[in-house]
Write a protein that binds this ligand. Sequence first.
Ligand code: HEC
Length: 125
Amino acid sequence: MKKSQATASNKIIFSLSLILSTITFSTQAAEIQGNPEKGASKVRLCVGCHAIPGYRSSVPEIYTVPMIGGQSSGYIVSALQAYKKGERKHPTMRSVSGSLSDQDMADIAEYYALQTASTTPNKLK
Ligand code: HEC
């Protein structure tokens, strides 16, 4: 095989593997679809802090807990991922998010995204 032919086939192999990895990546992303009904049964961990307007928690220090009901699901997932990776630093949220799988995060995020100020009183908000 001539050198130029070898380079050309390397390029083809490279492009093919790029295409394949893109396909694999997009199927993985498509698999993780949040389900708000499943999310509703997974927020028990969260409602002690996030369900209460103006709530402050005192562990590990006194801090205000943000409202997450009605937040966009994409924002919630990326916040949870950031706590899990340690990019966002908060001891409680880091340990809470560490126990969640990608699927749990997606389900919970879809659940919270549907909880708005006008949602019928729902103690899991
Ligand atoms: C012990 C109280 C506590 C529990 C339990 C808790 N959180 Fe949090 N959460 C907080 C506090 C405090 C913050 C703000 C942390 C900071 O300053 O980064 C926060 C931040 C967040 C944020 C980012 C909000 C924003 O506006 O950026 C999300 C999303 C979140 N929590 C989701 C959850 C979910 C989902 C659960 C349950 C799986 C949960 N939290 C459980 C106290 C709690």
